[in-house]
Ligand binder design. Structure first.
Ligand SMILES: NC(=O)c1ccc[n+]([C@@H]2O[C@H](COP(=O)([O-])OP(=O)(O)OC[C@H]3O[C@@H](n4cnc5c(N)ncnc54)[C@H](OP(=O)(O)O)[C@@H]3O)[C@@H](O)[C@H]2O)c1
Length: 386
């Protein structure tokens, strides 16, 4: 198998690259990476393997410099004779930002960039599978507090919390515009958070939200809404096994399903047990987030409900001496809190039936292996980054 992998420098792609590089069935992995030079791209690849002392097989892993934003990308991929023997494409690259300020880039990368890859893919003589890493959250924000099935998406009527999920939904439609159904495989992970092993994950993104919640302690969210969260090692194992499995479907949730879904209540109980010096967690209604934002600007109405929680206001005053920092954290956390309220659980029956994989570990259990990493997250820097 000769694989063309995009997004290898990312959270999921890095794990996929390392896992795939260890398989005898995989002959070559062309890694599509943006970079200013050949030297830099090798350094980026070395970093992926050095993180956990994995073997970087230079004969097997072949960098292909490129950028999804490049207007001539399809043409330059078509002209590149060395990648003509690709039979599997794994498209993991995406702009995953939830922040509205990056909406244009999100559209350009996740729809425009994907279409350029597809225009090249359809010219490949031996293409057997285009594995698109989608997201289960393309189902939109109107589905609440229930199990979601693969066949419910893509749904053009779905309303989206963020542009990212909208573009990932349209990505699936683009696959069908350019490729026959038998070449399309869609893996739709739910929320990928940290790693269930005691290792440093390649990205802090969702753990950043947990670290921020951990520092705030007064949380405007429903603590009992179900959360479908999986660790990146499970996501990778499932995606790789799916690629080699005898499949009965072309779309699969990679998720916890109902059996291993968690809640903010369960996760925060474990945080409380570890970070004992902080005030206990308390959950309030989501709309109180607006009062929190007003409070940081000294504009909170005197009769506001938030004043019922003086312990937390005093704690914030001491812990966040600069109210601007607190404002940045609230703004960064806002879309994550919206997702937390949805109570969506993604059915994983297809995955468990067709792939030899166990149920994922529950996030409230494996979070215990993430505590030292959580402690090191600079929440303010993270809020500015994502
Ligand atoms: N993480 C989750 O919770 C989650 C959940 C469900 C689905 N997914 C899906 O899983 C996939 C991987 O997500 P992730 O968490 O690994 O994301 P990530 O850590 O943000 O990685 C994104 C990857 O895409 C690359 N990329 C972005 N823009 C590019 C461009 N213009 N040209 C070339 N490469 C570009 C990045 O390269 P640079 O290093 O150069 O920036 C990086 O390798 C995505 O398709 C995402 O939609 C993720």
């Amino acid at each position: 198998m000769n694989i063309f992998l995009t997004g290898a420098t990312g959270f999921v792609g890095g794990e996929l690259l390392v896992s795939l590089s260890k398989l005898n069935e995989v002959n070559k992995i062309y890694c599509f990476i943006r970079s200013s030079s050949e030297e830099e791209v090798i350094l980026r690849l070395e970093k992926i393997f050095n993180l956990r002392n994995d073997f970087f097989d230079r004969k097997k892993i072949i960098p292909v410099l490129g950028d999804l934003f490049d207007e001539n990308l399809s043409a330059s991929l078509i002209e590149n004779k060395t990648i003509k023997d690709v039979d599997v494409i794994i498209h993991s690259a995406a702009n995953t930002s939830f922040s509205g300020i990056y909406d244009d880039m999100v559209v350009k990368a996740n729809m425009g960039g994907l279409e350029k890859i597809l225009l090249w893919a359809k010219t490949l003589p031996h293409l057997s599978t285009f594995l698109y890493i989608g997201t289960a959250t393309i189902c939109g924000k109107d589905i609440k507090n229930r199990i979601v099935f693969e066949d419910e998406s893509p749904n053009l009527q779905a309303n989206h919390l963020v542009k990212y999920t909208y573009t990932k939904m349209h990505g699936e439609l683009l696959l069908h515009k350019h490729l026959p159904k038998d070449k399309i495989l869609v893996a739709r992970p739910s929320i990928i958070m940290g790693d269930s092993r005691k290792v440093t994950p390649r990205s802090p993104v969702i753990l950043w939200a947990v670290a921020t919640i951990n520092q705030l302690r007064l949380i405007p969210a429903n603590e009992h809404a179900l959360l479908d969260i999986i660790p990146v090692d499970y996501a990778t194992e499932a995606i790789v096994k799916l690629l080699f499995a005898k499949r009965n479907h072309s779309v699969y949730h990679i998720s916890s399903g109902a059996a291993a879904a968690t809640t903010a209540f369960k996760v925060t109980k474990n945080l409380e047990a570890y970070f004992t010096e902080l005030p206990p967690f308390h959950f309030v209604q989501k709309p109180i987030l607006n009062q929190m934002k007003h409070w940081t600007r000294n504009r909170l109405q005197p009769d506001s409900e938030l004043y019922n929680y003086p312990v937390y206001l005093n704690y914030w005053e001491k812990a966040f001496t600069d109210s601007g920092s607190l404002r940045i954290l609230f703004a960064g956390l806002d879309p994550y809190l919206e997702f937390m309220e949805l109570g969506q659980v993604f059915d994983n029956t297809r995955l468990l039936n067709d792939v030899a994989i166990e149920q994922s570990p529950a996030a409230d259990i494996y979070i215990k292996n993430c505590m030292t990493f959580l402690e090191r997250i600079d929440v303010l820097e993270g809020a500015l980054d994502f």
